[in-house]
Ligand binder design. Sequence first.
Ligand SMILES: [Cu+2]
Length: 281
Amino acid sequence: MTDKILGFLSIVSSTFLSWAVMAQEGTQMPTPSFPKEWQLNLQTPASPMAQMMYDFHTELLWIVTIITLFVLALLLICIFRFNEKANPVPSKTTHNSVLEVVWTVLPIVILVVIAIPSYRLLFFADRTTEAEMTMKIIGNQWFWSYEYPDQEISFDSIPRPDNEIDTAKGEHRLLEVDKHVVLPVGTNIRLLFTATDVLHAWTIPAFGVKLDNVPGRINETWVRIDKEGRYYGQCSELCGVNHSFMPIVVDAVSKEKFQAWVSKEKQAAEGPATAKLASAQ
Ligand SMILES: [Cu+2]
């Protein structure tokens, strides 16, 4: 029940409302954190960072709820106890030192209580000192490019048009791309963000990752994916007329499967070049 109340409050206040509207079931790969119809609250976290964000969000929701109820109670007391009928001769009090100290100190204490986990989360999300691999994400009008510098792989990920989407196969309109990002689970992955033209923002709600891709500079964060599955996201920076048509699909797989994918990608990339070289000789 508490969860339901919290969920309801969160959706009212949350910018993730739009995510709850997009809803489909099932794909070939499990989607541990896909939005569901009439979903309440945030998506299920799939990384330590997302889990921390979720917990912080819940904590804030409690604080906000308590403050709101407290203010509501004060208002009701004023309305019913101090109206003209109930209290015809009003008090002439203008100062109350204790009360004034309390209403100054209490908000400071509340802000400090909020600031501590907030800063902890900011520093946690900033970067990882123990990155096991790196992925660079480049925003373009209007598609994403990815580079794996350690594995020497790079490719573009182009959105698929509506007429190619087969919902019977569990595909989602406006959310599918021709080439998925593949990442290993249980690995600290450094994420580097940049863009070629305008501001974009690579976002996967379930990872707790949302960062601006800025032309001419590199932004950094990281992710450690807990669960295998297919994760969806979208560009979250107004980047032009096709802003709403640059989805992100990440397949999180086991480390072995990731290695197999890397070898396949490298073979595919080297294939034509090797053939060319052979024909030249
Ligand atoms: Cu964009």
